[in-house]
Design a binder for this molecule. Structure first.
Ligand code: SF4
Ligand code: MG
Length: 281
């Protein structure tokens, strides 16, 4: 995929090693375009990932990056943001990483409203380990590791993000990079936890390009993004799937609340020596 020149400063020296045609190239391309259009300084960006084909993402971006262990993109990103709130912090996962081993972190990052962007590159299988059913695989999906079809009912990540009180929830498609760039820009600028589900086909083990082109429809233009009930109603629609921004409703961020608490604690600590002296007397 060719990249516009203005994204040059964000491309690292490590060339992506995903299979030719992998949806993740579209996500990377859109991400480069989004941070270029926002004119973010590379040294002000930090990206954390877990394990899977998606886990390689930070290596391909000229920014700070941390390729963590299974399912731990969100705790890493949370720590980075609390350590340096000035950074633009991105967490990147795949569907296996995010909704299986990392699933316990998703509700808490969302409800705390930590100011990070969480991009989940969902190909609905485990790609790195050669195509086993993942938490979002459709029921009945036949793969080499599930020759009689997956027996499980898939998760609905967008409805889950809304239920977990994420303050920004969107869905994009890796093949539609212009729209995805706009979604990522909004997610990055959103002051709070921004969840972006990106349908990103694994061309090698579960090629869903055609399927998604057929089932995806834009969110109606008159949708009220601050209405969570309407957002949930749109998110529940299946097998037709809506794409775009379901919900965007800022509220105080975790790091701001923590900073206020820290200030309060520091104030009370100034009185601590007097208090101790009184107890010791
Ligand atoms: Fe992409 Fe699938 Fe190849 Fe992994 S295995 S790089 S998800 S096409
Ligand atoms: Mg996957």
């Amino acid at each position: 995929m060719t990249m516009p020149d203005d994204t040059k400063r964000y491309r690292s020296e490590v060339r992506p090693v995903w299979c030719p045609g992998c949806g993740h190239y579209g996500v990377l391309h859109s991400f480069y375009a989004a941070i270029a259009e926002l004119n973010l300084a590379p040294e002000r960006i930090a990206i954390a990932s877990g394990i899977g084909c998606s886990g390689r993402f930070p290596a391909f971006v000229n920014a700070y990056g941390f390729h963590g262990v299974h399912g731990r993109a969100l705790p890493l990103a949370t720590g980075i943001k609390l350590g340096n709130p000035e950074l633009t912090v991105i967490a990147v996962s795949g569907d296996g990483d995010a909704y299986s081993i990392g699933a316990g972190h998703f509700p808490h990052a969302a409800r705390r409203n930590i100011n990070i962007t969480y991009i989940v590159m969902d190909n609905r299988i485990y790609g790195l380990t050669k195509g086993q059913p993942s938490p979002t695989s459709p029921t009945g999906l036949k793969l080499k590791a599930s020759p009689y079809g997956s027996t499980d009912t898939p998760l609905k990540p967008v409805t889950a993000a809304l239920a977990h009180n994420a303050s920004f929830v969107a869905r994009g498609f890796s093949a539609w990079t212009k729209e995805l760039t706009e979604i990522l820009k909004r997610a990055i600028l959103h002051p709070g936890f921004a969840f972006v589900e990106v349908l990103s086909p694994c061309i090698t083990f579960h090629n869903t390009y055609q399927h998604f082109k057929e089932v995806l429809h834009p969110i109606p233009k008159d949708h009220d993004e601050t209405d969570i009930t309407k957002a949930m109603a749109l998110a529940l629609v299946d097998p037709t799937l809506y794409h775009g921004v379901f919900y965007a409703n800022p509220r105080p961020c975790y790091e701001d609340t923590i900073a206020e608490l820290r200030a309060e604690a520091q104030k009370s600590q100034t009185g601590l020596p007097d208090l101790l002296q009184r107890f010791q007397a």
